[in-house]
Design a protein around this ligand. Structure first.
Ligand code: NCD
Length: 315
């Protein structure tokens, strides 16, 4: 079987994205199956995680695979000085696929070049988060009925937030208009603005976060200020609470607008928003399960037709 890594979201073309979304739809209908029976999935988390790791592990378990791995690199041989290359080669001896989160940008790419088994990038530094991106795309498609021609507002830490970087690149196939709302210190990095210009992605930048500015949004994508990426914690203190979404800011919103957030939230969405019909971040996190079942299938050579013809469904 050809090795299918899942490392950079921009490696997927439009058909590839829609194919994975269709797979996720099948899994939403029937999440419990034995498609991965006999397989072993490794989850190597060099950085903290709740949703990403637990939904990957749930996806593996619900498809009948077994899971090995670590959640704290200090408890592995990394603390004895083992290199990433050696760890990946070792785990590649044991597992059929490796899910990896690492603080170094490009770590997953490197791992995919040395690993004998598929590598799934669960976040590499401030760079990419392709599995989050697939669940974000799935959620946008689910709520808007299309990915085409949408106004997507990205709010908060656009400098270090890897989820917005992946979403921006994936949306290039769908003629979006992006609005970047951030403090000056956390603006979308130049390399991503160049990416937009090279791919004819329209974008507008703002520093104010007001009901009038977000009135035209189809998707309001809030993000956490990424404290762990700051070299100067004084700067973090200055920007950490600049934008807080409150319920009383949503009066002008389009009827079908949905608020997304990759979570965890720190302060950026007030609790009074949770019961507003525009709030969709908890459902979004639930979609992580179906998106990650689709990613395992893609990486392990299971096709959409195989999923449709699957007789191992457990209701
Ligand atoms: C995101 C991440 O790890 O980049 N979380 C997640 O995977 N759902 C966003 C964040 O940590 O702010």
């Amino acid at each position: 079987m050809e090795k299918h890594d899942f490392v950079n979201i921009q490696d997927l073309d439009k058909e590839g994205i829609m194919y994975l979304i269709q797979m996720a739809q099948e899994f939403e209908q029937h999440p419990n199956r034995e498609l991965l029976k006999g397989k072993v999935i490794a989850t190597l988390f060099y950085e903290p995680s709740t949703r990403t790791r637990l939904s990957f592990e749930t996806a593996a378990n619900r498809l009948g695979a077994k899971v090995i791995g670590f959640t704290d690199a200090k408890a592995s041989s990394v603390s004895k000085g083992e290199t990433l290359k050696d760890t990946i080669l070792m785990v590649g001896n044991y597992a059929d696929a490796i899910v990896m989160r690492h603080h170094i940008e490009g770590a997953a790419q490197y791992a995919s070049e040395v690993a004998p088994v598929p590598i799934i990038n669960a976040g590499d530094g401030a760079h990419q988060h392709p599995s989050q991106c697939l669940l974000d795309l799935y959620t946008i498609y689910q709520t808007q009925g299309t990915l085409e021609n949408l106004n997507i507002y990205l709010v908060g830490d656009l400098k270090y937030g890897r989820t917005v970087h992946s979403l921006l690149m994936a949306m290039r196939h769908f003629n979006p208009t992006f609005h970047f709302i951030s403090p000056v210190e956390l603006e979308m990095p130049e390399e991503y603005k160049i990416y937009c210009r090279n791919h004819n992605i329209k974008y507008v930048e703002h520093h104010d976060f007001t009901p009038e500015i977000i009135a035209d949004a189809d998707i309001l994508y809030m993000t956490r200020v990424q404290r762990e990426r700051f070299t100067d914690l004084m700067e973090y203190e200055r920007v950490k609470n600049v934008y807080i979404l409150h319920n009383n800011m949503l009066g002008l919103a389009k009827e079908n607008m949905r608020i997304l957030h990759p979570l965890p939230r720190v302060n950026e969405i007030a609790y009074d928003v949770d019961t507003n019909p525009h709030a969709y971040y908890i459902e979004q996190a639930r979609n992580g399960l179906f998106a990650r079942e689709a990613i395992f299938s893609y990486c392990l050579g299971i096709s959409l037709d195989d999923i449709k013809a699957d007789k191992t469904i457990i209701d």
